[in-house]
Design a protein around this ligand. Structure first.
Ligand code: SF4
Length: 208
């Protein structure tokens, strides 16, 4: 991970959806994920993507999936759906006065997580807000800080299994979302599985 971090631009701009290049390096599991760093495509970084691809393909990179913060083993790592910036999350805001619509960017803290997240609304229906995580890049662009809606319950994750075993529907699983800034193992129940695409509900950060 440290070798990959050294090859990244080091701008910590958050355009990839994570708040630093270090977090991006920790979350990176395949070459396709490099597409989320647009800075790396600049001429001055020519050749870096190829070097990172070599590191990802090395036998050392195929180790077990283990949360960095908690040291727990996960069944699989969860990457974004193709072409998307992060896994999708379904949130339930505890604040009843919050009204969000498609495209809104806001801040929140997931129940059980100490980190403030930045997210963009994909859809909002019946008290459930489906989002992508976007990182704080808009703050660096001089835009006003997005609204802080406070605590939210994370109800579901949806994404693609990038490493590890594919679970059965109904299975209780431990998984590591690539975009998790703490790289902490989450748990939940698989309610939909189609190839590498899965939806996991009943999300819990307490993993026994
Ligand atoms: S997009 Fe992400 S990985 Fe690329 S420079 Fe910005 S923070 Fe670093």
């Amino acid at each position: 991970m440290l070798q990959i971090e050294k090859l990244l631009p080091g701008y910590n701009c958050g355009e990839c959806g994570l708040s630093s290049c270090r977090e991006f390096a920790a979350a990176l599991v395949d070459v396709a994920g490099l597409d989320r760093c647009n800075i790396l495509k600049q001429e001055r970084f020519r050749g870096r993507a190829e070097q990172i691809a070599e590191l990802l393909a090395s036998p050392e990179s195929r180790e077990e999936i283990i949360g960095i913060l908690d040291g727990l083993h996960a069944d699989f790592a969860l990457a974004p759906l193709p072409g998307e910036p992060s896994c999708r999350e379904d949130l339930h805001p505890f604040n009843p006065d919050v009204f969000l619509k498609e495209g809104d960017i806001f801040r929140y803290r997931p129940l059980g997580c100490p980190i403030t997240h930045f997210a963009r609304v994909l859809k909002s229906c019946q008290g459930i807000v489906t989002v992508h995580l976007v990182g704080p890049v808009h703050l660096l662009q001089g835009l006003p800080a997005p609204e802080d809606i406070g605590l939210c319950m994370v109800l579901a994750f949806e994404g693609t299994i990038s490493r590890g075993k594919r679970p059965d529907v109904g299975e209780t699983v431990r998984f590591l979302p690539e975009h998790c800034m703490m790289q902490k193992v989450h748990s939940g129940v698989v309610v939909h599985s189609e190839g590498a695409r899965v939806r996991i509900e009943g999300i819990d950060l307490k993993v026994w």
